[in-house]
Design a protein around this ligand. Structure first.
Ligand code: ATR
Length: 280
């Protein structure tokens, strides 16, 4: 029986607050799969050794979170998405070779497709706040869907300029002082910074001037509904939150390790939402 158990984990530092074990555990039970998904707290200096013995430890693969996404890319054979983003968050074995991808891209796209079906047919220009790893995954998703102009607004302008070098002239770097003008008639705004998260300053942006069929996405999920999303909803805009993205990014890894493509449902959302709201 235990010989058939498929094992996966999330590797992070810290790892104990990760919601991924609860999420994958729910799917394992729902689909009656003989598998486990645990959290492995691994310090940066131990990460390489851990990855090099992943198979020996019995793992079919893993999710990788802060601060290991860059090293995960370097230690595996990445697909085109992981290379383009410059970070990997999902690892699996194929014929003994450790492969990687970045499912934050499909996590973001899945959350938008659910919140605002057809958004990509109406959106030629988008605003992305932040130029870190999460921002790069969001930007790649937008480019894949044909968005022609991505205004990257960042505190450190040089990082937005670096993204133009990475992704090409589709990227329009800007400072925060340019944001108010960009918001006029905007169809899509994505926050990829930590602003608006519990304990962080609020995001200095108002959504009043956005197009009436505009969409606002926020990668923050504690709180579930940031002030940005509360304001956007009050104006009748479609919204996607960080939990929506978290759930959609988990689908690909689960399918790779356990062989079943799981469904993101309202019941699963409510289970994780209760956990987040309870501070668990
Ligand atoms: P992640 O991988 O989660 O995207 P990151 O690489 O540390 O994390 O990126 C965090 C992003 O949030 C950056 O764009 C950062 O801006 P800088 O490049 O100027 O550092 C942005 N950010 C974080 N705290 C911020 C703050 N207080 N004000 C403005 N931007 C902030």
């Amino acid at each position: 029986m235990t010989g058939e158990m498929v094992k996966a984990c999330v590797i992070g530092y810290p790892a104990k607050h990760s919601r991924s074990p609860k999420l994958h555990g729910y799917w394992l039970e729902k689909y009656a799969i003989a598998g486990t998904y645990s959290a492995e707290e691994i310090a940066p200096e131990e990460f390489t050794g851990f990855i090099n013995t992943l198979a020996e430890r019995g793992y079919a693969g893993a999710n990788v979170t802060m601060p290991h996404k860059d090293m995960a890319l370097a230690l595996s054979e990445p697909d085109a998405r992981a290379v383009a983003v410059g970070a990997a968050n999902t690892l699996w074995f194929e014929n003994g070779v450790l492969k990687s991808t970045n499912t934050d891209v499909e996590g973001f796209l899945g959350s938008l497709d659910t919140a605002a079906p057809g958004w990509d047919t109406r959106t030629s220009s988008a605003i992305v706040l932040g130029a870190g790893g999460a921002g790069r995954a969001v930007i790649l998703g937008l480019i894949e869907r044909g968005v022609q102009e991505v205004h990257v607004v960042n505190r450190t302008l040089s990082k937005a300029v670096e993204l133009q070098e990475r992704f090409g002239p589709v990227i329009k770097p800007a400072g925060w002082d340019a944001l108010a003008a960009l918001m006029n008639g905007a169809r899509l705004l994505v926050n990829t910074t930590s602003l608006g998260m519990h304990g962080e300053p609020p995001l200095p942006v108002t959504t009043d001037a956005m197009a009436r069929d505009g969409v606002v996405a926020d990668i923050v999920y504690v709180p579930l509904r940031t002030q940005l999303l509360i304001d956007a909803e009050a104006q009748g805009l479609a919204t996607a939150n960080g939990l929506d993205m978290l759930l959609h990014q988990a689908v690909g890894g689960f399918e790779l390790w356990f062989g079943t493509r799981p469904e993101v449902t309202a019941e699963l959302y409510d289970l994780l939402a209760a956990d987040i709201e309870g501070g668990g």
